[in-house]
Structure formats: structure tokens, C-alpha cells
Design a binder for this molecule. Sequence first.
Ligand code: XUL
Ligand code: CO
Length: 437
Amino acid sequence: MTERFFSQQNPVKYRKGKSKSLSFRWYDPDREVLGKRMEDQLRFAACYWHSFVWPGTDPFGGESFMRPWHGEGEEMELARAKADVAFEMFRLLDVPFFTFHDRDIAPEGDTLAESNRNVREIGDLFAEKMETAKVRLLWGTANMFSNRRFMAGAATNPDPEVFAYAAAQVKNALELTHQLGGSNYVLWGGREGYETLLNTDMKRELNQLGRFLTMVVEHKNKIGFKGTILIEPKPKEPTVHQYDFDVGTIYGMLKAFDLDKHVKINIEQNHAILAGHTFEHELALAAALGILGSIDINRGDYLLGWDTDQFAMNIPEMALACYHIFRHGGLGTGGFNFDAKIRRQSIDPDDLLEAHVGSMDACARGLLIAEKIINDGVLDGVVAERYAGWDKREGRAILAGKRSLDDLSKRVLNKKIEPQPRSGKQEHLERLINSYI
Ligand code: XUL
Ligand code: CO
């Protein structure tokens, strides 16, 4: 199945200038950018679920891709065939990382014991393939949202038996991630939210979520997993209101449960938009709070109100995102994970390659633009100048808690202080940034 799935035989390469064959125009893994190889800065990952699990359905239509491993057959055989094609795609794209949910890689059994065994069996196959493949695991995660047992949430379920089941599932997925040398473990709160307040005790559910996250961190330490635990915010969908709403909400939650030193955030572009933010807002806030961990790179359709998870192709957007990521030194153990799906009509296997290559190029070009903006310090100077007063004696004293309302009132009244407004220079800066793009 592997040989015949993609028409391409050899890994996609960087080629200078225009080329008719599928090649990278901007993504040049060995090129040094901001002190590291481009490949080591961007740390691209291809995801298992959208590329190999999703069959092309939408709310109005069924399967459109008709992949061979979605047909009739023994389920574990099909899972192995799917793994062969997945690793073939990782090789052709020359991506350094991949990501998966437990349920993406192996069929669910009649009991959790059987499901766990299936997942571990395919995990062993991954380990075997990874001995000779270049690809590494960026992160693993558990799917605790597809099965109907999770319809009222996993950790935030009103039934403690569902909480326990979710805990047992995460233990298996976290241990497999550790076994495969994963750099991170992700928790996206699939159905950790509510549909209606009429049947919901929010205080209990939030406490349950805090307890669950604490147990994950405790188990990570127990097994000696050195990767980062990441939470992925999303404001809504599938539930009406999700508890992991956005970066700010998660930060508050982590503080409340004393987890802010142990957990970071995986920010997804399309989730930021659904929360009414820009991607840059979420990136800049997480960086400012010291909890920027990794990103799921994709884009929404600005005309549709749901999570379309399209491949990110907009270079100016990527440039500004890269600016916020790399001016703070990059993503550490994180990376750029393509939590992105081809459109339902892109039914040719090679469309998967086209999509990843196009988006890797858009990100690479964004990074190169960001490098120039960072190196020239264009924005740094303006921002530093704007806040300069806070670095002077009086500004520092206020922030250090050395001034009271009385003190400040006296000072303003005695010195007859009348602050002078200054321009925010927005259009000047927009013009400047455009000159880099
Ligand atoms: C859902 C989503 C997930 C997470 C992993 O919107 O983004 O695929 O990335 O569970
Ligand atoms: Co995601």
C-alpha cells in the first residue's frame, strides 16, 4: 500500500528559485536563522488525526477520501497499514516530528485493557519504525471526546467513574509518549465544558479539572518523563463553553491549582480566532506570562464561525506570529504542529504533501521576515521609548510598592503635574512592518 499511495518517491527538497516539481522554496532546513538551523527553530510536526483518521466528512456529508485503511478488514491490520502510510508521509516531507492521539493509531477494544493493548502494539510498531526513520515524537495525547462515555466531559464529568476511566486512559497515553521519547504531552479539554448551566455545577467541575491536571503532573514526575505538559486552549466547540477558554483563563486556572510552574500552553491559531483574539495576542500573552509551550499551526476561515483547521498559507500572518514566538527565544521543547486538514475536495493523496509543503514554506518565509524585524529591532526601540518613564526613578518606585495613593496625590498636586499625551504611531509602525513583508 505504501509504495502506491503517494506518487512522490523521494523526500521533498529545498530548491533555490522556482521549480516545477514539488519542492520547498523557503524552508531550507540547514539555513541558519536567529542562531539555529531552520529545522531546529521551527520543529515541524505532522499530525496523525487530520491526515490519516479524518475521512473527509463534514456536518452535511460523509466520507470523501476513501483511504484504503478506512475500508473493510481486520482492524489492527488496517491500523498497521495506516502507520506505514503515515511514516511514508513523514519521510517524504522530511518533517522532524509527528503527533497523535491514542485513538488515532489503534482501534478501541471492548474494554480499556484491550484498547490499551492495541495502542501499545502500534506504539511498539512506531518504536521499531523510529529506529531507522528520522521522525521523532513532538507529543502524544489521549482522545477523551469521541466516545459517548465522554459526552458530559472527561475530568469534568458528573460521574467519578468517567473521571477514573479518563485517568486510566491518560496514564497509558502518557507512558507511551514517554516510551517513544516524546518532547511534550498535550491535554486538550475536548469536552471539558458545559452545554447548559441548568444541569451544571461549575465549581465542582473546575475543582475536578484542577485535580486531574495535578494527577497528570504527579504521574509525569513519577515515571521520570522529562517532556513538557501542555494544555491547549479552545473557547467552544464541541461544548458551548469550554473551561480551557484561552491563554488568560488557563493561566488563572494554573495559578489557582499551583501548576503554573509545571504546565505550559499549546496555542492553536484557529482556537485563538474562535476566542475572539488574534493568534499574536495569544502568543504574546503566553510569552509574557512565561507559559508559551508549543503551537498548533493552522487557520480558520474568517467567513465561517467554526474550526475549519485549514493549512496556514498567509505569509504576513505567519511573519507576525513568528515575531512573537522568536523574539522570546522560540518554543523550547515545543514545535509547529500541523493540526490542519486538507479540504474535503482535496481527495488525491498528493494533496496531503502539497498542503504540508505549502504551509511549511509559508511558516519558513514568515520566520525569515521575523528574523529581519527582530535583528533590526524595529519595534523594540519604539516600545522601549513608549514605556521609558517606568524605567526612571519614580516609575520604578511605584512598581516596587514604595508609593501609596497619598504619596502620588501629594506629588501630582505639589508639582502641578499635567501628563502630555504622545502619539501611539500605529500607522507609522504598520507601514514599517509592511516594508519587511
Ligand atoms: C481540536 C484540537 C485537537 C487537539 C489535540 O480542536 O485542536 O486536535 O490539538 O487533541
Ligand atoms: Co489542536
